[in-house]
Write a protein that binds this ligand. Sequence first.
Ligand code: DCP
Ligand code: MG
Ligand code: MN
Length: 337
Amino acid sequence: FKAICEDDMPDYNKHISRPLLELSEIYSDVLADEWRSLTYRKVANKLDRLPYQILSADEVKNIQGIGKSMVDKIKEILCTGQLQKLFNLKASSQVQIMQQFASVWGIGPKHALKLYQAGHRSLQDISEDQTLSPMARVGLKYHYDIALRIPQSEVSEAGSFVRHVLEDLCPGASIIVGGSYRRGNATCGDIDLLITHPDGHSHKGLLGRLVTKLEEAQFLITCPNPFTENITHKVNTYMGICKLPQYTHHRRIDIKIYPKQAYAFALVYFTGNDVLNRRIRYLAKKKGYKLSDQGLFLRVGDNKTGMASEVSIPCETEEEVFQKLGLPYPEPHERNW
Ligand code: DCP
Ligand code: MG
Ligand code: MN
């Protein structure tokens, strides 16, 4: 399975694209410079897609979208094995402090920069800041706990806890623990729960009611504004903090509810990992489809500019999704890329 996907996207130039991507991430996550970030990411992606290894900077001069300063950076990486600019940024105390601010759940890069500019230099400093959103306050309060890995057994118990509440609330609904837990990892960064109802309609409005019940049970920490509703209104996501009664630490939890017809696609997406998702989306695109957590849509017209159809190709199981993509079925534990 991996061989088929990798064959399609060779990794000849990872040693060049990786530092460029790191720089891109610092620009977006810390320096809030989306434009520069995008420039670096685009070039990194371009290099990743080349079917041959770059041996000298001259070879990239004529590739569209790679300007003089970028050629110089590639030359530097090829000659010295590193990028001084990246090295300096990583060593700078401002970047390190802003990285720490942005590591708080609920604080984005722009906000991290504002907090730095306001003179804050530590998490202690920002705890008094009036500009923190309710979500960031919760993120800061549980910052220590959230950074800890969660043992598999605790993730499993959290899943069972929510399952019991859900069974009472909405008989027949199904719930599965996704993410790194489903891939069999020994520890997880957070708890990812995926819910649907086989009757095709009982999932509607369920998330709000479930969250209320879980707050009453003192499993979820009440946190204002934790809902994000997808524009298509077909999916509901809750992002928050939870704690099991007999446990010490607070944990990050994501709960998603999808309608039955999107469930197989949602399960593939929410099982991940993110690298695999990027690869199969890319593969789908090359085959004339658009793959998302909502479905597999045929592109009409030109592969690049063509609009995706609004109706998904129906799939009831993950096996069918991979089959439609022309891929052998990977067991969840084979999806750790
Ligand atoms: N996902 C994705 N792209 C992202 C974020 C998430 O494709 N930018 C998908 C793949 C992930 C899944 O959602 O596997 C769950 O996201 P998590 O961030 O919870 O990641 P994992 O559960 O895989 O790892 P962790 O143990 O760090 O939570
Ligand atoms: Mg996870
Ligand atoms: Mn998650």
